[in-house]
Ligand binder design. Sequence first.
Ligand code: GLA
Length: 678
Amino acid sequence: MPTREHHAPPPKLPLFARKVRYGGDYNPEQWPRETWREDVRLMREAGVDLVTVGVFSWSRLEPEEGELDVSWLLEVLDLLGAAGIGVDLATPTAAPPPWMAARYPETLPVDERGTRYSGGSRQHFCVSSPAYRRLALRIVEALAREVAGHDAVELFHIHNEYACHVPRCYCDLSAAAFRAWLVRRYGDVDALNEAWGTSFWSQRYSSFDEVQPPRATPAFQNPTQVLDFARFSNDEFLEECRDEAEALHRVRPDVPVTTNFMGAFKPLDYFAWARELDLVSTDNYPDPADPDSPMLSAFHYDLIRSLDKSKPWMVMEQAASRVNWRRRNVAKVPGEMRATSYQAIARGADGILFFQWRASRFGAERFHSAMLPHSGEAAPSWREVVGLGRELASLGPLAGTTVEADAALVLSWPSWWAMEEPGSPAADVTLADQVAWMYRPLYERGVTTDVCHPGEPLERYRAVLLPSLYLVTEEEGANLVAYVRQGGTAVISFWSGIADERHHVHPGPYGGPLRPLIGCDVLDVTPLPTGDEVEVEWDDGRRTVADLWVDIAADRDDGTVLARLASGPWSGRPVVVSRGVGDGKALYVGARLDALGLGRVYDRVPALRGAETLAAAGPGVERVVRSGGGVSYEFVINRSGEQLEVPLATPGTELLSGKPVAGTVRLEPKGVAVVRRG
Ligand code: GLA
């Protein structure tokens, strides 16, 4: 195993030099001028030092086509700047003004059944429409010219949650852009026919002109057409984002650009997006009613931190309490917002912002919580918002410290797009479920985990996990095999290495370029009927169970079988197999083992065992360390409803109380400790 290289610390953006930033979306256009002054006063009281302005302001900034009015925005920026509150200047391109649809109806997007969306909401645009692109770039250039030079501007916020509501448009303009994209990808139509496997169901094209987006069809669509349309749609949005970023950077190269991601959001390949930005940001809305929320939220932040490991990241939006877009919108219990905020900071965030600053009185989101609720300073959540703002001011800067992970979970967006299709053996096997299955024990054991693209350097990790890496390219496979040969450990789940980048099945036994890592021959697979379980017997005679899926595999001389199926028609077949490869090892898991079974796999991998001391403290404790420059911060968070006594790694100063601590800390339900050393 080569010496592990640690992440280079992210560049110290001036934005984060003094402290963890705090604030939210500020929508002054919803309020009269008198309120702006009160906003600024209350923002100062809450310790707010960064607000996103202008994110849905297009119809105020350009009330009629070509007529710009930025005077009100400059007035707001003056007020904020004078109060020492930084501005995250947003581009308004996620909500085109009504005049656009009226004058250029082709800018409205179309769904797969040919229905055109209306305005009156947001994200009602087709990203491939030349008129939208021209008008979007024009308002961004105007903001760059007229507003971006303001002293208060510290960050640029491009658009808002790209592709959130309309991830794909199927209009004729999109069809033309798709064809142009296909010409660039394949060159000639024969190459497209070959890649798309069009000899199946008489789909052969004689010209690119015959190709359409995968609109509604009577039966299953061509899977490669669907995959390529997902790639194309991702690329179209990314190109638009890049255009906006360049327009802003031309005027203010010193101001970083970001756009707000949404965690593991399927339509956009955020690995590719993160490369284009100066810092990564995300919106996270864990459901307070879901007991899995702390785990899912931890994964969300681990993913965001990992998208570009050389860049800082921040939370662009979270809710102070309720959202308004679930069927039932449960409020966060006291302490929950604070605990989740520290969860993000522990996992590397340098800023905590909310949607939104002041609760709206009208519009679709009037029942969404805000930092300043309808009841204002009297509301209980306001006290929590103010409390957190004060704490963050006393925490000092954490920028430049990093979260070191020994384990990595491998994720690929093209694989995700390809895997979840109706023609697969089990259309209800989703990547999100597979990831949660493999991540949950890591979360519970306190094993800090990065998320990696299958093609990126992996040697710094002691173990990597592959939850159903369905589509693997030759290069990605070679990278993963080389990682193991050089001393790494890989844990690979079923339904991995099935398809190539054209979505063609690798010839069996399954595994494709991952086969050197699989110590058995996977000859076939079978999903199990819902509710069915099979028994699994381990090499020490113990038994666990599995559900959802089993591989039908055969022994091979070069694999060591750790567990076999022990009931049902495939009883005796290998199901957990270890194989030494070069200086490393690969463990193949051919069924969805229960928690006990998966725990037994992880127990065999030192990097996945976790800290026993943490487990002893009880369920619901999170511990993550940020370190750098001779200083470390141990974050301990009690997500449970019980008081817990949690052992600390080493003594230090607990920053939130200012007291020295050693041995253990006592944490109230939802309590947090941040122990500084050095
Ligand atoms: C998203 C959007 C915000 C707002 C919130 C509500 O994150 O970016 O504009 O709609 O959801 O939760």
